[in-house]
Each structure stands twice: as structure tokens, then as C-alpha cells.
Design a protein around this ligand. Sequence first.
Ligand SMILES: Cc1ncc(COP(=O)(O)O)c(C=O)c1O
Length: 415
Amino acid sequence: MPDRVLDRAFFESLDEDDPLAPFRAEFLLPPGKIYLDGNSLGAMPKRAQEIVNITLLQEWGSELIESWNSADWFHLPQRLGDKTAKLIGADAGEVVVTDSVSINLFKVLCAAIKMRQERSVIVMEAGNFPTDAYITQGLVKLLDRGLHIRYVEKDEIMDAIDPDVAVVSLSNVHYKTGHILNMQDITAKAHATGALTIWDLCHSAGAMPVDLNACSADFAVGCTYKYLNGGPGSPAFVYVARRHQEIAEQPLYGWWGHADPFAFEPEYRRGEGISQMLSGTQAVLSLAVLEAGLDIALRADLNDLREKSMRLGDLFIKLVEQCCAQHDFILESPRLSGDRGSQVSISHKQGYAVMQALIARGVIGDFRAPDILRFGFTPLYTQYSDIWDTVEALKSVMDKDEWQQDSFQTRHFVT
Ligand SMILES: Cc1ncc(COP(=O)(O)O)c(C=O)c1O
């Protein structure tokens, strides 16, 4: 970062030179708001509206059930999977979009554990997103065969991978702090000891270059409602490396994963390739809408995206430390941009109320218990000047004790 006095004009000049700036116009962004929560729910691509209209009125409304063929609804999971694959370093035929992250994690965990029957340990990072732990705990209980989860801190992961380990199941980028785990090195260590890897890409897909195949990753899952801007609850993706597709088998047999769904055979026969990761009928509206977000991401240069995201984060950290030094914020994300995903988290004892006060000022971030304020930067639509304005707002909230207002103390269900 240039060593110069930071002022708004400097941030505006960065916006002017930003090669990604034109993408902002492709999103519906309400005036008067600064949206820094794309790490939770991405903003709406304007084309989503058009797709909804086509899917609802032209397809469902007019062509009714024929749309399964005429609009090829049935193969949306594979078609969108092939598009997603390009964003995460996978090949066509290695990814499908279907179900939720939680369900897909269950499927690939089952497949991976079965491929390492003789081993008994699953390595996970302590404090990973809870659904990853819950799904694993549920499966361990269901299988009831002496499996156990080894929870370790991020710096202990490499040492925790030994010949007892069946599966190493980790998030590429941590949901709370944004720290990045080295997918290449961890996967290599897992393979050297005979273990398999599952990567949760929720906070990296669409936010930075990811190269599953270059890392020889085995399995991956991820959501599409964050940096891929697929919409609330949009379906997740699941990746199975082609070399495992013959052997890896998920247990949620459903007719969409059958080799010949419309033969309606009494016995399950596994579909070919990645298709067997499907189970039942998919949410066509949500799948269709997701294409708008994927198509935007596919046109962006992921290296530009990463460079901007790192710079946004660096500038945010620098400004907060410069303008709010007396307000006891603690940086919870890595200071080095290369170790950090596309968010910066800071903690404060009154974090919840502070975030509510910011939201009242039109700056939308979020809060994660017990005390973390998360600011997500989506390089496709976050501007450099947003960083300046956000820190100005934060400074006012703190300098004027705005967060102390009663209305900011009550916890909403969703934080
Ligand atoms: C790392 C991680 N995994 C999983 C999820 C959510 O999974 P699901 O889409 O099944 O709710 C999130 C949601 O924020 C997440 O951050």
C-alpha cells in the first residue's frame, strides 16, 4: 500500500482505476447503503429478476411440465456445476449444484469414510462453522463404529494428520476470522499419510482463485449464496475428483442420482460420474436464479478480484487503526492479506450494539457471537470509497456513543 496520507480523494482515485468497477452496475444495490455482508448473503444481480420472470412465466406459467425438457430443468445441477467448476479449479463433470452445504457434506463424508474403512479419525479445525461439526458428529453417532473427531487449532492441523486419520475436513477460509488454510500443503500431508480431504469452500468460492485439481483435492462443498450471489438459500455445490467417482458412493440414494431415473426401476443403480451426488427433485427456481451470479463471476478475472479484496482489507485495517485507536477494537483477522479471505473481523465488548448502530447508519455488516463484527468485501461491488465511508461511520458511532441507544441492545434472532 502506498505510504501516504489517507483521505477520501485517495479512495475515490482507487475507484476510478479499478478494473472491476463496471461490475457494480450489474447488481441491485439500494441507494444510501454500504453493503459489507456479501460474505453472508451476496447482493442481487439485476439479471436475477429477468431469470425469475422467464422461469416463472414463460417456463412454469406457460410451458408447465414440458419445461423439464424444453428448458432442460432436469440438468440444471450439472450445467451449473460445470460453470461452478471453472471458478474452483475443477473440470466439467466434477461438480453438481444441489441441496445444501450441510447435506452435501454428509454425502461426501460418508463416501470418504467408506473409502478409508480401516481408519478411525476425522480431523477438523476447532471453531469451524458449526454445521460442519454437527453433521460430522451426527454421522459418527449414526455409524457407531468407533470413529472420533480430532478437533485441533489451525496451527496444529499438520501435526494432527497421522496414519489413523481417515478424513481431514476443513474450511478453506474461516467464517469468523477469515484466516486461510493452505489447501495445497494440508492436502499433500493428508495424502502422504493415506487420508482423504474435504474442503468447505463457502468463504472462498467466488472470492478468490481456488484450484482444487492443482491441489489434488478429493472432495469439496460450498455455498452459492455468498460470493457467488445466488440468492437467499440458493443451492450448494459438491465436488468429487474424477479419480474417485467410480468408488466414492454417497448413501442418500434418490431417483435423481439413479443411472436411469425415468426407468423407475425398483432397485437403485448408481448414476454415472458426479450425477450420483444428486438425491431428489431440486429447487428449480433457486437453481435458475443462481445462473445470474455465476455468469458474472465467470466474466471477472479472479486474480483482479483477489488483488482488490486484499487491498480493501488492508485499507480497512489501516483506517480503523488510524481513526478508532482509542476504542478498543481488536483485529481478529490475519493482518497479512495473503493469510486472509475477503473479510475483516474486529472484536469489541459491545460488538452487537456497535454493529446495530452502524446498520442504522446504512452500513451493513454482521455480528458473530460472542463479540465479532464482520465486514465482508465483495470486490465485484464493494468500492474503495465504501471503506472510507464505513470507517467514518464507525468512528462516529464510537465517538458519539451512538451504540449505547436502547434500541441497539436487543438481539434479533438472526445476527
Ligand atoms: C463454512 C460454512 N459452512 C457451511 C455453511 C452453511 O451451510 P448450509 O448452507 O448448509 O446452511 C456456512 C454458512 O455461513 C459456512 O460459513
